[in-house]
Design a protein around this ligand. Structure first.
Ligand code: EPU
Length: 416
């Protein structure tokens, strides 16, 4: 199993370019199912999750090719409706094929995702919405078996604003009979990017980015030729890296409008963040201050930045309170940060982080994607060597992280 070793203590300096957003690319790849023809998606990050989605689409009979950051999906010959367990278990986002398969093929058989490292992560809301649209859904042998003659528009209210649930429903609704209204919809930029991609295919969608989305079904959609938005979480991770190493990094190609909550909190913690035309400049300061955060649905502080922020707070002056409101078990990085000398206590959904003077390098284990990123960040600032095990988690969501960090001065290497 590959590991990443970091000799910490270098202030990062220089420029880094941000890749396309994983969580926008995944649903947009699934949206290709809705058309018959050659789809082109550019600015796609080169990540393990993108390959997994490509493999899943290949199983459905779609021809998938990747050339650098462009992918081609030829969707004429869809001949299967099944998302098998072995793919769904490695990537929960596989469930995103459910809505578009139902819309195009009238049936789908998708393995039920199990729990995962960060929480139970049910998909009951996805299924509730699809049922309201007329789908007949049963659970059999660990699979969701869904069928429908023709989906029909419906009024759907989500108890919790679910990101992939909103995306699944939007993709189901674009070819349905009549109008679908999703209330308490997720407002994340990735939901908006999917809506824009669908609109570019000919869909009629209004309100994406607000909590009420209205979708009028159309008869057919043309293939995609679409450019994915920049990854706000990758950008935020580099901001945190600048802060924790007291460095100065220009983060090129990010969209700062998607990052307000993170920029505001990091600014309060003592980072100097300047907006430029082509990105952000983040400068750490000698004394970082503790700041409280509560994770919330967008535009609140993103759960996907909580672990990285906690690493930063571990080295800040004072005590910060970090509340995780989205997932019930997203503190797996705490035990690993403690192994590096962090002073963190967890009670339920709240973590109390008392800033320490220094972190010490240690062997640590990545447990999920963003936990891995927090350990890398902590390792960059720690005294001595940190070895992060199970970096396959990191490779799911960060494109060439060590190649992006090295030019900034990080002493980082991948080891077998
Ligand atoms: N939930 C339900 N029932 C449902 C759906 C969701 O109870 O049917 C609950 C979840 O258990 C969770 C909350 O609702 O407590 C919100 O979950 P959501 O459905 O919004 O999460 P998701 O769509 O599964 C996406 C991202 C995650 C990100 C979350 C929250 C993708 C592919 N994944 O997950 O990204 O953390 O939204 O913003 O878009 C990551 O990139 O590291 C990552 C985990």
């Amino acid at each position: 199993m590959e590991k990443i070793a970091i000799d910490g203590g270098v202030s990062l300096k220089g420029e880094v370019s941000i890749s396309g957003a994983k969580n926008a690319a995944l649903p947009i790849m699934a949206a290709s199912i809705l058309s018959s023809g050659e789809n082109i998606i550019s600015n796609t990050p080169l990540l393990r999750d993108i390959t997994t989605m490509g493999n899943l689409l290949t199983r459905l009979g779609i021809n998938f090719q990747a050339e650098d950051n462009r992918i081609f999906l030829r969707t004429h010959g869809i001949n299967s409706i099944e998302a098998p367990y072995e793919l769904v278990k490695t990537m929960r986002a596989s469930v995103l094929v459910l809505g578009p398969l139902l819309a195009r093929m009238g049936k789908a058989r998708v393995s039920l995702p199990g729990g995962c490292a960060i929480g139970a992560r049910g998909i009951n809301l996805h299924l509730m919405g699809l049922k309201k649209m007329g789908a007949d859904i049963i659970l059999s042998e660990g699979y969701i078996e869904a069928k429908v003659k023709k989906l029909r528009g419906a009024s759907v209210y989500f108890d919790i604003p679910t990101v992939t649930g909103t995306e699944n429903l939007m993709m189901a609704a674009v070819l349905a009979d009549g109008e679908t209204v999703i209330e308490n919809a997720a407002c994340e930029p990735e939901v908006v990017d999917l809506a824009n991609a669908l609109i570019s295919m000919g869909a009629d969608i209004q309100g994406a980015g607000t909590n009420i989305i209205k979708i009028k079904g159309v008869n057919n959609l043309r293939p995609l030729d679409y450019h994915i938005i920049p990854d706000r979480i990758e950008a935020g991770t580099f901001l945190a890296a600048a802060g924790i190493t007291r460095g100065k990094i220009k983060i090129k190609g990010c969209n700062s409008e998607h990052m307000d909550a993170v920029i505001i909190k990091l600014g309060k913690a003592g980072l100097k963040i300047t907006k430029e035309k082509d990105g952000l400049i983040a400068e750490g300061s000698e004394r970082l201050t503790s700041i409280d955060v509560k994770t919330m649905p967008y535009p609140g502080f993103p759960t996907d930045m909580q672990a990285q922020f906690m690493a930063l707070m571990s080295l800040s002056e004072g005590t910060s309170f970090i509340t995780e409101n989205i997932f019930e078990n997203r503190f797996m990085h705490v035990a690993e940060l403690r192994r590096m000398g962090a002073d963190i206590k967890v009670e339920g959904a709240a973590a109390t982080v008392r800033g320490v003077k220094s972190l010490k390098g240690a062997p640590v284990m990545a447990t999920d994607l963003r936990a891995s990123a927090s350990l890398i960040i902590a390792g960059l600032a720690a005294e001595g060597t940190t070895v992060v095990d199970r970096v396959y988690h990191l490779d799911r969501g960060y494109e060439k992280i060590e190649e992006k960090l090295k030019p900034l001065g990080a002493r980082i290497r991948r080891i077998k």
